[in-house]
Design a protein around this ligand. Structure first.
Ligand SMILES: Cc1ncc(C[n+]2csc(CCOP(=O)(O)OP(=O)(O)O)c2C)c(N)n1
Ligand SMILES: O=C1C[C@@H](O)[C@H](O)[C@@H](O)C1=O
Ligand SMILES: [Mg+2]
Length: 638
């Protein structure tokens, strides 16, 4: 029956990971970069032993918080356009539970990560082991059942030989652009260390071919007819377009036929903003230009987009009565959305074919795209010059805090900086190929609107799950993916407090990351949301029991870790800090004290469906609820 190799399950796992390659457009590369781990009794003697003694080419990084290290793995795969991954190993019980949020984040964003949570004993001999849950109705349930809801593939290895079929299935999922996401293989700690005579053939080199699925002739004919029949098409660029590396084809179509480009959160920086037809981010967090373009479009060419509520403004942004949809997506389910014409194909390949057949077609935009872009540039310049004053300041988010409260913040945080002027100054100061990572709070909105990404694949916004805590860990993952580029976490004070453990990992392994910490002393965007809908400000500002605004010294925290830190409260110091941080070899933290309510507000078409109380004594809430109902009456329902 051929050669056998006697290994533990964990040793076999690592040997297999070393032999996985992907081939994209004829270029073959190793698929698994390494393993992040936090050891405990569930994995240190199994997977830990294997990593110590025979890692092969796999790199190994000690994480500090399981969620954090898995976010780093997630960001690494995303920055590598899903062409390289990490595995993450955690101990049983709490260690594994800590991974669940990160698995969900990878799931929502369609990012491949191999999750290896340790599990309780398959033999059950010592049950209940430390950290085991004891259910009265079943001994079969462990913490790791929680991964079923957040994995594209889930398995548990109760016998060493099961590893083989599980890994083959997992790697098919991880390398399939239509279904990729987290694959979870639960490893009971006894099985990790059990020996088995594995067939040598299992460890032969495997190449997973990411062949580009071509459109059929019917799909191609339909797509071309849709474009030819339209007058005002818009190219809506989603994450799938970025992962397919379809930039040249999008630009070619846009230029040839004079079609505006707008981008989802995941799609942003597929095409540089410097391109004349790129109108920027669209949707709830969209630019005025992008939203106007899609509101007046008669054809949306959705390329690799899931049409989430933020992209569609909760199904209110498009003129659904008159606008048609042409959906190009490798995932058939996504292509079905909005009853669009479906092209189930790779974005780059589909656009290549379409471009060959778009002959003399011209949209009817004429100079309108240029005017829209100019109008937006003017607005962006205005946001760069929003200057606070203590007498009659009207922040972007107006009518929430009166002047007295705003002055209190200026005094407490000792600042007069606005968030938009600070962010735009940073955009002007960092290297153009710097990678910026963000995910939660008010900053993703500002990033999606006003950050100009002038080099492709430098804008990294996790907005599928918007998980607070992704930012800093994500900046480490992005740095591991692109060591030659600067990596910046754009992070709010709330997210920083929630999870910043991987700072230590970045310092430990000498991977330079830069943290741009915007401190407005509170959960600013949620405060906006509650006040926008008629509620008072409660539970969202960082105030102490005496109702005083808290002023936390984040630069001191960073200093304690060993970061090079700066604390700034004006544009001059901010510019100097960003310039100085670029010269550092150690990781840096720039604490930027900003006034609340000075983030960007929405533009036309920026509506978000949130559940507003239908019963309330407050007239303001009743009004918000009525307004919501009115908008919903005209929204597309499915
Ligand atoms: C893990 C997680 N918990 C809760 C939320 C809900 N949430 C979204 S933004 C936010 C506050 C963010 O505060 P901060 O980071 O300071 O950003 P700001 O809005 O002030 O800019 C909260 C609690 C979330 N997105 N992720
Ligand atoms: O609830 C939320 C509101 C959004 O504005 C924010 O960006 C996001 O992180 C979130 O969870
Ligand atoms: Mg905040």
């Amino acid at each position: 029956m051929g050669e056998k190799i006697r290994l533990t399950t964990a040793q076999a796992l690592l040997k297999f990971l070393n032999q996985q390659y992907i081939s994209v457009d004829g270029v073959e590369t190793p698929f698994v970069e390494g393993v992040f781990h936090v050891y405990g009794h569930g994995n240190v003697l199994g997977l830990g032993e294997a990593l110590e003694n025979n890692p092969g080419n796999l790199k190994s990084y000690q994480g500090k918080n399981e969620q954090g290290m898995a976010h780093a793995a997630n960001a690494f795969a995303r920055q590598n356009l899903r062409q390289k991954i990490f595995a993450v190993s955690a101990s049983a019980g709490p260690g594994s539970a800590n991974l669940v949020t990160a698995a969900a984040t990878a799931f929502a964003n369609n990012i491949p990560v191999l999750f290896l949570p340790a599990d309780t004993f398959a033999t059950r001999q010592p049950d209940p082991v430390l950290q085991q849950l004891e259910h009265e109705h079943s001994t079969d349930l462990t913490t790791n059942e929680a991964f079923k809801a957040v994995s594209r593939y889930w398995d548990r290895i109760d016998r060493p030989e099961q590893l083989m079929s599980a890994l083959l299935r997992a790697f098919e999922v991880l390398t399939n652009p239509a279904t990729t996401g987290p694959a979870t293989i639960c490893l009971p700690q006894d099985v990790e260390a059990m020996a088995y005579d594995y067939p040598a053939s299992f460890f032969h080199k495997r190449v997973h071919y990411i062949d580009r699925k071509l459109p059929t002739q019917r799909e191609l004919d339909g797509a071309i007819a849709s474009i030819n029949q339209s007058k005002r098409p818009v190219l809506l660029v989603g994450g799938g377009a970025k992962y397919s590396e379809a930039k040249d084809e999008i630009v070619a179509l846009s230029e040839k036929a004079n079609i505006p480009i707008v981008e989802t959160h995941a799609g942003k920086s597929t095409v540089e903003f410097t391109h004349k037809n790129n109108l920027g981010g669209n949707g709830i967090l969209g630019t005025s230009a992008a939203n106007k373009a899609v509101m007046n479009a008669d054809l949306i060419i959705g390329i690799g987009t899931r049409y989430t509520d933020f992209t569609t403004s909760s199904r209110t942004l498009f003129d659904f009565d008159n606008t048609k949809f042409l959906n190009i997506n490798v995932n058939r389910g996504q292509a079905y959305k909005f009853d669009g014409f479906q092209v189930v194909a790779d974005a780059k390949a589909a656009l290549q074919s379409i471009n060959q057949h778009i002959d003399d077609y011209q949209s009817s935009y004429g100079d309108e795209i240029t005017s829209l872009k100019q109008e937006w540039e003017n607005e962006r310049n205005r946001l760069a010059a929003t200057v606070f004053n203590r007498n009659d300041f009207k922040p972007e988010i107006a009518d929430h805090f009166n002047q007295e409260v705003l002055n209190d913040y200026a005094d407490a945080l000792k600042t007069e900086l606005t968030q938009t002027e600070a962010l735009l100054k940073i955009n002007d100061t960092v290297d153009s190929d710097a990678i910026v990572i963000s995910s939660a709070g008010s900053l993703p909105g500002d990033m999606q609107r006003i950050w100009n990404a002038n080099v492709a694949n430098t804008f990294h916004l996790e907005y599928g799950y918007s998980s607070m805590g992704y930012e800093i860990a994500g900046s480490l993952g992005a740095k591991l993916a692109k060591p030659e580029q600067e990596s910046y976490a754009v992070v709010g004070d709330g997210s920083f407090i929630m999870l910043h453990s991987e700072i230590v990992t970045a310092l430990q392994y000498d991977k330079k990351i830069n943290l741009l910490l915007f401190d407005n002393s509170g959960f600013g965007c949620i405060n906006n949301l509650q006040m926008d809908h008629g509620n008072d400000s409660t539970g969202t500002e960082f105030r102490n029991v005496n109702n005083e605004i808290m002023n936390i010294d984040y630069s001191k925290i960073g200093e304690g870790y060993g970061l090079k830190t700066y604390s700034v409260n004006n544009l001059e110091d901010l510019t100097a800090a960003v310039e100085d941080a670029k010269k550092q070899t150690v990781s840096t933290l720039i604490e930027i004290k900003v006034l609340p309510k000075t983030m960007t507000d929405g533009y036309d078409g920026s509506w978000w469906n949130v559940g507003v109380a239908e019963v309330s004594d407050k007239e303001s809430v009743q009004q918000a609820s009525a307004e919501r109902q009115q908008i919903l009456d005209n929204a597309r329902q499915y």
